[in-house]
Design a protein around this ligand. Structure first.
Ligand code: ADP
Ligand code: MG
Length: 404
């Protein structure tokens, strides 16, 4: 039997967060907030280049129970999916900043720190926090953004005593990006945080990073008798950090050499990148492949958005496959485990999703074929000696919000 990921409903998740809170802090929390992971349907490795992505918020969430402690510290406990014992971190408020803390709690208190620095959260207060999550960690479904966004939104709304405005949510996106870049030291382009804070039930987001705009489009596969199957390869992320940064580094270097802010602004980017690489003694072939992926993926995602608007799922599926092949052949972030899933699903609309080097593959499949396809994917992994994958059928859920 294939292994399915657990996704708890809001009430169950809130209850779990409150129970964890009480067991560590011996009091009730003042409130519980949640933020979802996300799946990027198309448009990967373009957010940091002013491109376009189409993610949606998952129904798998990270929940955080909060209480003001009156102490000058943050105390955080977290029970990640599949963990049996909670991790704990305690840090004085004034020790939070670039590079500190250098552990998982950096996502949590780093997001709060960046929101205070930006003036969105009015002042620093000591907090006790208990976190539970259904967003699998390191699976390309953005557990990191779910963690940051739940903590940032929760501490903002607890401090102000009201719901965050749209402008405040936008400011929190930037704060969470800053936390991930400066406190944790992971380069992130903003796709994940935008999807987690602005997702809506039944809708995908078309995010244009150049224009800074987000448009909601209907994403209803079940109206066509179809489903989106996520297969998490559960393959370890070997060398992940350096590889991601090196891909991004090429794009950033080309962009800077062209005197532009983003690659999207550069006309004839592939040709110009080639002559630049030659002149600089860089590998022109590799540089061209990387730039070509980013330029074409952005065009492809713009086309995919139009296909979604006219409900043209055949075109959308074809664009997904083209995207996967480009991530495999030009950006070179597809592992054998990811490729195995892509090959197993045949000619269906399918692609790896997220940053690559491990993580998940998404596939559009008839609702009544979901179970059989999951079984085939699991068998293919077993036959090749890969880790056992886990599965989720994903539909667009709500963005970050207060639960209790
Ligand atoms: P992704 O965001 O795709 O899941 P990342 O590498 O960006 O992968 O983020 C994963 C990291 O986020 C983990 O290594 C851990 O530090 C942190 N993290 C995510 N979820 C949790 C959680 N529920 N509890 C504690 N840390 C978490
Ligand atoms: Mg992440």
């Amino acid at each position: 039997m294939p292994r399915w990921m657990e996704t708890r409903d809001d009430a169950t998740l809130a209850n779990a967060a409150s129970t964890l809170f009480r067991s560590y802090f011996s009091e009730d929390p003042e409130g519980v907030w949640a933020a979802p992971g996300r799946v990027n349907v198309i448009g990967d490795h373009v957010d940091y280049a002013g491109g376009i992505s189409i993610p949606f918020a998952l129904k798998a969430n990270t929940a955080i129970a909060l209480r003001r402690s009156g102490q000058p510290t943050y105390r955080v406990v977290s029970l990640a999916p599949g963990q049996h014992e909670a991790s704990r971190v305690e840090i004085p408020i004034n020790e939070v900043g670039p590079g500190s803390p250098d552990n998982w709690a950096g996502y949590v208190v780093g997001a709060i720190w960046a929101a205070i620095e930006a003036g969105v959260i009015p002042c620093a207060e000591g907090l006790d926090m208990a976190i539970v999550s259904d967003v699998p960690v390191g699976s390309g479904l953005s557990s990191s953004a779910a963690l940051e966004c739940s903590a940032a939104l929760g501490s903002l709304e607890l401090a102000t005593g009201r719901s965050a405005s749209e402008a405040e949510r936008t400011a929190l996106v930037d704060a969470c990006i800053r936390a991930e870049n400066e406190v944790v030291g992971a380069s992130t382009g903003g796709l994940d945080q935008r999807a987690s804070l602005f997702g809506q039930e039944g809708k995908a987001l078309v995010i244009d990073f150049q224009e800074g705009s987000t448009t909601l489009v209907p994403f209803d596969l079940s109206g066509h008798g179809l489903a989106l199957l996520i297969a998490d390869t559960n393959a370890p992320h070997a060398l992940n950090d350096g590889q991601y940064a090196s891909r991004r580094g090429v794009i950033d270097d080309v962009t800077a050499a062209m005197g532009a802010q983003t690659l999207r602004e550069v006309d004839n980017a592939v040709v110009r990148a080639a002559s630049w690489a030659n002149a600089e003694g860089r590998d022109a072939e590799v540089t061209c492949k990387r730039v070509k992926h980013v330029v074409e993926e952005t065009d492809r995602t713009a086309e995919a958005a139009k296909a979604l608007e006219r409900d043209d799922l055949n075109t959308f599926a074809k664009l997904m496959r083209d995207s996967h092949e480009s991530l495999r052949d030009q950006y070179e972030v597809v592992t054998p485990e990811l490729e195995s899933v892509f090959q197993t699903v045949g000619s269906r609309g399918s692609r790896m999703t997220g940053g690559g080097f491990g993580g998940s593959v998404i596939t559009i499949v008839a609702e009544d074929e979901v179970a059989a396809l999951a079984e085939r994917i699991a068998q293919a992994a077993e036959a090749q000696g890969f880790p056992e994958p886990s599965f989720m059928v994903a539909t667009p859920g709500a963005g970050a919000r207060r639960l209790v």
